[in-house]
Design a protein around this ligand. Structure first.
Ligand code: CA
Length: 711
C-alpha cells in the first residue's frame, strides 16, 4: 500500500552504503542498523534529554498498528523516516518528526503459518541498504522494499517450506550481503544463516549450524567437524535445531560476522544424541567471514544443550580495559544464566560469571572454557527443577552498553523449569508443540490447579528485573525489580540515561550509573520491544513499539501484566503534549453455556488442552488475551467447536485443524474441559468481592507453601 508523501526538502536522502554503516556512530541523529551501529551497543550519543530534564518528556506522536499481538521491533531512522515492523511481518514507514504515515507493506503471511511460530507472530525490524529496506517474513521470505515508496524490489523464499521454519529476527547487512536466519527448533528444523545479494536477491552463501544426514557429503569443513560431536540418527531426522533466530553483530576492523545459535531439536540431549557429545554448534557464538560464510571460530556456551539454553541472545561488541590492557570483546548474557566476555578476534573466553540464579552448572572452568555441570543437570532418570527455565535468565530482549558508566543493562528473568526425559518420544513433523515433551516444561500439573493457585505459583516462581552489570568486574552494579518477569529491551544514552518499557505497561527512564528512577509514563499495554533515540532538526526523540506479546506472554499468564492490544509506535520528546486515546475496555464477561461431561472427560480434556492448545490459548485456560480466551466462547462458537478444531473452519485466521493429532472423542473432552473452566471462572466472578479477595489471599499462601515444597 502506498501513502506516499514528499519528504521535507532539507532532509538528505543518501543511499545506505558500507561507509555509512561503519561510521554510524558519526550520525547520532539516525538509527541506521538494528543495534544503532554494527557494535550493537544501543547507546545513543544524543544528549538533549538529560538526567535533569527527562521529567519533561512527553508523547509527541503515536502510530496505531491496529494489531493486538506482540510488537518486538527496533525501528530504524534514516533520512527523516522511521521504519518499523509489526505483527505478521508488516512494515511501516512514517515521517520521524511528525508521525505522518508514508507507506505500509503487508506481506500477507498466511495466518495458518502462525502455528509454526513458537513465540508469537512477531518481527524485530528491518535492515537498510542502498535505497531499500529489507524484512524477513514469518513464512520464510526475505523481501527488499524501496524505502521511499514501499514498492517490492525483490522477494525470495529462504526456507524449505515443507518444514516449520519462521523468521522473526531483523536482517543485518554487511557489504551488500543481507544476512538472515530463522527459527523453528521447537518443532524440528535444521538451523542455518544465509546471505543474499542486496541488489538482486541471489543467494550468496549459506552456513549450516548443525550437521545434516551423515550419509550425505557435508556442506563444509565446519560441518565435518561438528558431525563428530553428534551421536545416533534421530537428530538429523528431526533437524537438530541450532536456529539463528535473532542476534548478530559485525566487527568491520576484524571483518568478522558473529551469529548466535539456538537450542537443540529435540530439546533433550538423551533423546537427541543418545551417545552424548557437545552437539556443535548448538548454543554457540560463531564467527564467520561475511562475504563467504566461512567459519572462523566458535565458542559454545552450553555443550550438549538440553534446556532450551539458546545463545541467540543479544551480542554487544566493545573495547574494554581488562587487566590493564585494551581487549576487543564480545559480550552476551545467553539463556543459561552466565554473562560471557569473549575475545572477539579469537573466541577466547576472558571471563564468565552468573548474572542469574543457576542450578545446572556450578561455574565455568577457565582452563577448559566449559561449564562444570552439577547433579541437577542430569534429568535422564528423574525430573529436575532447574534454573534458569526455558525462558532463560535473559531472552531476546536487547541489552544496552553505556560506555561512560561501563555498564551493560540486562532485561533479566528469574524462573525455574521442570525438565524430564520422555521415554516414549516420537517425532511428529509440523508445527505442533511436541518437542517439549522430550524436554519438560513447568511440570506443575494444570488439572490440579485452579486459576488463583496457578497465578500465585506464577507470581512466586518467576520474576523480572533490570540488572546493571559491570562486565570488567563481572559483578552487578544495581538492579530494579519489576512487576512481571517479561519486560522490554533497553536503550541507553550518553546523557547517563537508561530507558526500558515494562510488562505492566510503562516506559521508564533511569539514571545509567545508579538506577535511580527519573521518569515514567503509562503505555496502556505491555512493552517488550527496545526503545531507540534519534534527532530531527535539533530535537531529540525517544521511540518505542508497545504491544504485549512474545513467547512467554503468549503461553503463560503473568500476574500484573497490562492488557494485550493497543499495538502502537510511541514517540516522545521534551515537552511533548500529545495524548493517547482512552484505552478500549474489554467486553464484559457473559454467562457461558452449561457444564457437561464427567470428571474423567474433563481430566482427559485438560491433559489434551495443555499439550496441544495452551501454547497459544494459555496454560490452564488462562489466556493472555493475545489469542482467543476460550472461556469466553459463545454457544454458537461451541456449536462449531469440532468444525474449528478438526476441520480447520477458522484456519484463515490462524486456527489450523488439529485432525492429525486429535480425534472426535479428544475434541469432545477438550470442550468439556473448556466449559468446566468457563463456568468455574463465571461462578467465581459472581461471588462477593470480599470473598474473592479472601480466597485470593488464601490461595497466595497455599501457592507459597506449594512453591516451597515442590521447588
Ligand atoms: Ca527455543
Amino acid at each position: 500500500m502506498m501513502l506516499a508523501q514528499p519528504l521535507a526538502a532539507d532532509v538528505r536522502v543518501d543511499p545506505v552504503d558500507h561507509a555509512r554503516l561503519v561510521d554510524a556512530d558519526d550520525a547520532p541523529g539516525s538509527w541506521l542498523t538494528h543495534g544503532r551501529t554494527y557494535y550493537e551497543a544501543r547507546e545513543s550519543r544524543l544528549t538533549q534529554i538529560t538526567v535533569e530534564n527527562v521529567h519533561r518528556l512527553g508523547l509527541t506522536w503515536y502510530f496505531d498498528t491496529g494489531t493486538r499481538r506482540g510488537l518486538e521491533a527496533s525501528p530504524l531512522v534514516i533520512d527523516g523516516v522511521i521504519y518499523t515492523t509489526g505483527s505478521w511481518s508488516k512494515v511501516y514507514a512514517n515521517d520521524a518528526a511528525t508521525g505522518e504515515p508514508l507507506w505500509q507493506y503487508d506481506p500477507r503471511v498466511p495466518k495458518a503459518w502462525g502455528v509454526n511460530a513458537c513465540c508469537d507472530v512477531v518481527n524485530r525490524g528491518v535492515a537498510a541498504w542502498g535505497d531499500n529496506v529489507y524484512v524477513g517474513t514469518l513464512d520464510g521470505h526475505l523481501v527488499a522494499l524501496n524505502r521511499h515508496d514501499g514498492v517490492v524490489e525483490w522477494k525470495t523464499l529462504t526456507i524449505d517450506a515443507s518444514r516449520p521454519y519462521t523468521i522473526t529476527g531483523a536482517p543485518r547487512i554487511v557489504k551488500g550481503n543481507v544476512i538472515i536466519g530463522n527459527g523453528g527448533a521447537e518443532y524440528g528444523v535444521r538451523g542455518y544463516v544465509s546471505a543474499y545479494d542486496a541488489e538482486t536477491g541471489e543467494l550468496n552463501w549459506r552456513f549450516f549450524t548443525v550437521p545434516g544426514n551423515p550419509s550425505e557429503p557435508f556442506e563444509s569443513e565446519a560441518m565435518s567437524m561438528a558431525a563428530k560431536t553428534w551421536t545416533g540418527d534421530l537428530w538429523w531426522e528431526v533437524g537438530g535445531g541450532g536456529t539463528v533466530w535473532d542476534s548478530m553483530a559485525y566487527d568491520p576492523e576484524l571483518d568478522l560476522l558473529y551469529i548466535g545459535v539456538g537450542n537443540g531439536a529435540p530439546w533433550n540431549r538423551h533423546v537427541r544424541s543418545p551417545g552424548g557429545g557437545d552437539n556443535l554448534f548448538l548454543a554457540s557464538i560463531v564467527a564467520l567471514r561475511p562475504e563467504t560464510g566461512e567459519y572462523v571460530w566458535h565458542y559454545q556456551t552450553t555443550p550438549g544443550e538440553t534446556w532450551d539454553y539458546t545463545a541467540t541472545q543479544h551480542m554487544i561488541l566493545a573495547d574494554l580495559q581488562i587487566g590493564g590492557e585494551k581487549r576487543r570483546v564480545l559480550m552476551q548474557a545467553p539463556k543459561n544464566g552466565f554473562f560471557y566476555v569473549l575475545d572477539r578476534e579469537t573466541g577466547e573466553l576472558i571471563s564468565a560469571e552468573k548474572y542469574a540464579e543457576v542450578t545446572w552448572a556450578s561455574h565455568i572452568d577457565m582452563t577448559t572454557g566449559r561449564p562444570v555441570e552439577t547433579e541437577n543437570a542430569d534429568h535422564s532418570v528423574e525430573p529436575r527443577t532447574t534454573k534458569p527455565s526455558p525462558i532463560g535468565g535473559h531472552n531476546w530482549h536487547p541489552m544496552a552498553f553505556n560506555s561512560r558508566a561501563g555498564l551493560v543493562y540486562i532485561p533479566a528473568i528469574e524462573a525455574q523449569g521442570v525438565y524430564s526425559t520422555a521415554t516414549d518420544f516420537t517425532y511428529q513433523p509440523g508445527g505442533h508443540w511436541n518437542l517439549g515433551q522430550a524436554g519438560g516444561g513447568f511440570g506443575a500439573s494444570p488439572p490440579t490447579l485452579n486459576e488463583d493457585l496457578l497465578k500465585g505459583i506464577m507470581k512466586r516462581m518467576a520474576s523480572g528485573h533490570l540488572i546493571a552489570w559491570n562486565p570488567v568486574q563481572q559483578a552487578e552494579a544495581w538492579r530494579v525489580e519489576h512487576v512481571t518477569p517479561w519486560n522490554g529491551g533497553v536503550l541507553t544514552t550518553s546523557a547517563n540515561l537508561v530507558f526500558q518499557g515494562t510488562g505492566d505497561g510503562r516506559l521508564v527512564a533511569y539514571r545509567a550509573d545508579t538506577g535511580e528512577r527519573l521518569w515514567q509514563t503509562p503505555t496502556q499495554t505491555g512493552v517488550v520491544a527496545p526503545p531507540i533515540s534519534y534527532a530531527i532538526e535539533g530535537i531529540q526523540y525517544v521511540a518505542v513499539m508497545v504491544g504485549w506479546g512474545g513467547g512467554a506472554a503468549l503461553s503463560i499468564t503473568m500476574p500484573g501484566t497490562a492488557p494485550a492490544g493497543g499495538g502502537r509506535l510511541l514517540v516522545y520528546k521534551l515537552d511533548g503534549s500529545a495524548q493517547l486515546p482512552e484505552s478500549v475496555a474489554l467486553a464484559p464477561w457473559s454467562q457461558p453455556p452449561s457444564r457437561r461431561g464427567t470428571s474423567e472427560s474433563i481430566g482427559k480434556g485438560s491433559a489434551l488442552y495443555n499439550a496441544h492448545c495452551s501454547r497459544c490459548h494459555g496454560g490452564a485456560l488462562l489466556s493472555s488475551g493475545l489469542v482467543a480466551d476460550l472461556r469466553r466462547l459463545s454457544s454458537e462458537q461451541h456449536d462449531a467447536f469440532e468444525a474449528i478444531v478438526l476441520e480447520g473452519a477458522l484456519s484463515s485466521i490462524g486456527m489450523v485443524a488439529f485432525d492429525d493429532v486429535l480425534d472426535e472423542a479428544d475434541v469432545e473432552a477438550i470442550q468439556d474441559y473448556v466449559l468446566d473452566g468457563a463456568n468455574t471462572r463465571w461462578e467465581n466472578a459472581q461471588s462477593p468481592e470480599w470473598w474473592r479477595d479472601t480466597k485470593a489471599w488464601f490461595m497466595d499462601m497455599v501457592a507459597a507453601v506449594a512453591v516451597a515444597v515442590l521447588f
